[in-house]
Design a protein around this ligand. Structure first.
Ligand SMILES: C=C(O[C@@H]1C=C(C(=O)O)C=C[C@H]1O)C(=O)O
Length: 436
């Protein structure tokens, strides 16, 4: 629902954070995160937010963001940042969201700053104190409360929308569509449901993901209390990164588990075909909004603790329209989404088959997730290796719904694809204490 955003006042202050963003996470209940290695951001609380649904969801979120009136931040700072999660499908029942956190802790190029954005006449100290933080007289940013520790509440594993057997049938049906020439590639996903009896501390869960998977972007959007849903995970895939008019992307497709060797991936023609379709889709979809685009002649191998992926790092430059205007970050994300890394080729036919064969609403899974600022900078990853946490404030516990998918092309074997989803579910299962 789009409502008028409040007028926001921002203050910014440089701080020291020797333990880095990840060290702070177990003490906090973030409303948003985007962290990789020692860089990124943590959002706390919500100064303003909106939700959107349907085919106009990108545009509606962009309109809201553009209408946020805010006082200019200190020179050198890019002002408020919005965290964004957008559903995979325009038909999703789930909401796409944009939220501007009250407190934004941002680490970039060795500098950490705290940006406070508020609609209320409160001092920065009061706002920080409400979120369990203080800045001492030596500029150290410190938590005021104890760490929640790394222990996760006991989780009960429940079946997802499809059993493994049903998922194998969906893959077989996908392969038939490939053999009949309806699609060249189709990405099919499944889910698992985990029930918890006591509340899940999302800060600790995110800290576990960020520590174990430092090569990925640890994301989180939501968590505004009550029965609100939080989207979180650790994605290795960058849909679009914008720094002014410079654009970059990391396309992943073609995967093996760590029990195999990278050489098995590098010499596998099927994996390269699958990868090539994902790269081609991104290049074609970005062409209308870019002037130049470069992609490597062959993919490299991205090594993660659970899998090896074929990876292509794409770079380019945005193009201006006839009036000299550059596309906004949300327009670029809309153009890029969905690539054949998470949908298929051709896109519309694949999306129709996904809805039919998966039998589930992907919600935010495989949709764009990340942040944008008022200077036109943005990081939008693809919401993979994660899930949706739903807390039930009354019952005290909640559920976590986690997702994983894989690309089906000619030569795919259903059992191997099922095994691939098992290793892709590993980061979340491990972070929740369900896997060694
Ligand atoms: C669909 C997922 O991952 C995508 C599919 C891949 C593949 O099929 O090889 C690899 C990386 C991602 O683009 C997932 O993690 O759920």
């Amino acid at each position: 629902m789009i409502s008028a955003p409040p007028c926001l006042h921002t203050t910014v202050q440089d701080v020291d954070l020797p333990g880095g963003l990840v060290g702070l996470l177990p003490h906090l209940r973030p409303s948003g995160t985007w962290i990789r290695e020692r860089e990124g951001l943590i959002g706390l609380g919500v100064a303003a937010s909106t939700t959107a649904a349907g085919p106009g969801r990108f545009r509606d979120l962009a309109d809201y963001w553009e209408s946020v009136p805010h006082s200019p931040a200190t020179p050198g700072s890019s002002g408020p940042v919005a965290l964004v999660s957008i559903t995979f499908s325009e038909d999703s029942e789930a909401l796409s969201r944009l939220l501007i956190p009250e407190v934004l802790i941002r680490s970039e190029a060795g500098r950490t700053s705290v940006l406070i954005t508020t609609a209320h006449p409160e001092s920065p100290e009061q706002v920080l104190a409400r979120h369990g933080l203080r800045i001492n007289d030596r500029r150290l940013l410190q938590p005021t409360g104890a760490s929640a520790g790394g222990d996760m509440p006991e989780c009960r594993l429940q079946p997802g929308v499809q059993s493994e057997r049903q998922y194998l049938s969906a893959i077989a049906a996908g392969l038939t569509a490939v053999h009949e020439g309806t699609v060249d590639k189709l990405v099919l996903a499944r889910d698992l449901l985990l029930g918890t009896q006591s509340p899940l501390h999302t800060g600790s869960l995110l800290a576990r993901l960020a520590s174990e998977y430092p090569q990925t972007w640890t994301y989180c959007v939501g968590g505004t209390g009550g029965t609100a849903e939080t989207v979180l995970g650790a994605t290795p895939e960058m849909l679009v990164r914008l720094r002014g008019t410079r654009l970059s992307s990391r396309v992943l497709a073609g995967t093996i588990g760590r029990t195999q060797h990278t050489a098995d991936l590098v010499r596998d023609a099927k994996q390269h075909r699958e990868h090539g379709l994902a790269v081609t889709s991104l290049l074609e979809q970005l062409r209308p909004v870019t002037g130049t685009l470069q992609s490597p002649s062959k993919p490299s191998v991205l090594e993660l603790p659970n899998v090896y992926h074929l990876a292509s790092d794409i770079s380019g430059e945005l193009s201006a329209d006839a009036a000299g205007r550059y596309p906004s970050p949300l327009q670029v994300a809309e153009a890029a989404h969905p690539t054949a890394a998470v949908c298929g080729t051709p896109t519309t036919t694949a999306a129709g088959l996904i809805a039919q064969l998966e039998g589930m609403d992907r919600g935010p899974y495989a949709g764009p997730v990340g942040w944008l600022d008022a200077a036109g900078n943005a990081d939008f990853g693809i919401a993979l290796r994660g899930g949706v946490v739903s807390e039930n404030a009354e019952a005290g516990g909640g559920t976590v719904r986690i997702f994983a998918g894989c690309g089906v092309v000619a030569g795919s074997e259903p059992e191997a694809e099922l095994a691939e989803t098992r290793v892709k579910l590993k980061p979340m299962l491990w972070a929740l204490g369900l896997e060694a």
